[in-house]
Design a protein around this ligand. Structure first.
Ligand SMILES: [Zn+2]
Length: 304
């Protein structure tokens, strides 16, 4: 057993910031990257850290890849995505995501690996997408809502006005992803597309989404359903984009309180969602409804 000392962790963290050419991470973002770096040092066989690109400040947005071949992208593996902290004021999102990564690494390092399912998966885990918002406890990034900066079924714009979102949109094209989890707070809900303001909120995968999410929600007691019904309608969000553009089985997590027990139960619940997925993205992800285009007064309250 290798013990990781504080100074070793610090040294590794400095190495990480030196390894990417961008503006060095500061504040709370540096703290969460230090945690991810310590995890990587603890599980080097199953994890690597890399940058998906830089934000408007020139800071690298760091992701962890977890697989049995973590130094390379292996398109033959089933790709899963976890992307957190579009909203910088939802402070429990990075700790949730670091905890999820740690629990996944423990699964890789356990006898579960020999049962074979995990060896066929490749996880990309991004703890903080809105770095400037997280460091300043602000929902927005440079005055924009990052989770309204995507193309989608009710929007003809290309999105990606923010460099962080542009970097993510480009990154999401680099391999096929089957499952997706995005992390927010604080509603206490697990929801799935559609989340837009439209006349028909059922995707052609509604029954599959409903059954998988119901089973996951049994673990943490959250409400579940379409994002529009359970949270509120919003256009141009990541969670709809992931499904609409790439067919990812897209789960929107709205944590309840973000307490440690909430994080632990919800990590199990969201892993149960992924564990139910087939190996391929949906091919029935076309939007068939009609957008209300902002006429619904309930639309987009910008709370969560
Ligand atoms: Zn949010």
């Amino acid at each position: 057993m290798i013990r990781i000392t504080g100074s070793l962790v610090l040294g590794l963290a400095l190495l990480v910031s030196a390894a990417y050419g961008g503006t060095p991470p500061t504040g709370k973002y540096k703290v969460i990257l230090d945690k991810m770096t310590a995890l990587q040092a603890q599980y080097p066989q199953y994890s690597s850290l890399f940058s998906i690109g830089q934000n408007d400040e020139g800071t690298d947005i760091i992701a962890m890849r977890i697989s049995i071949t973590p130094q390379i992208v292996d398109a033959k593996k089933v790709g899963h995505m976890v992307v957190a902290t579009h909203h910088g004021n939802e402070g429990a999102c990075p700790p949730f995501t670091a905890y999820f990564a740690e629990q996944m690494l423990k699964r890789f390092a356990s006898t579960e690996l020999f049962r074979g399912i995990l060896t066929e998966t490749e996880w990309t885990i991004i703890p903080v997408l809105n770095v400037t918002g997280y460091n300043s406890n602000n929902r927005y990034e440079y005055g924009r809502d990052p989770n309204r900066d995507y193309p989608g079924p009710c929007n003809s714009q290309p999105g990606g006005n923010l460099k962080s979102i542009k970097a993510f949109i480009e990154f999401a094209k680099t391999r096929v992803y089957t499952g997706s989890l995005t992390v927010h707070g604080y509603v206490g809900a697990l929801t799935y597309p559609w989340g837009v303001d439209a006349d028909n909120l059922h995707t052609q995968d509604h029954n599959a989404f409903d059954q998988m999410t119901k089973k996951a929600a049994e673990i943490n007691g959250y409400r579940f359903g379409t994002s529009t019904d359970v949270v509120y309608p919003a256009d141009n969000t990541y969670e709809d984009y992931a499904y609409w553009k790439h067919g990812m089985w897209s789960l929107l997590l709205e944590m309840a309180s973000g307490s440690q027990s909430d994080i632990e139960k919800t990590s199990l619940a969201t892993m149960a969602f992924f564990d139910q997925l087939d190996s391929s993205p949906s091919l029935k992800n076309q939007f068939t409804g009609h957008c209300h285009r902002g006429t619904n007064k309930r639309a987009d309250l910008h709370l969560e």
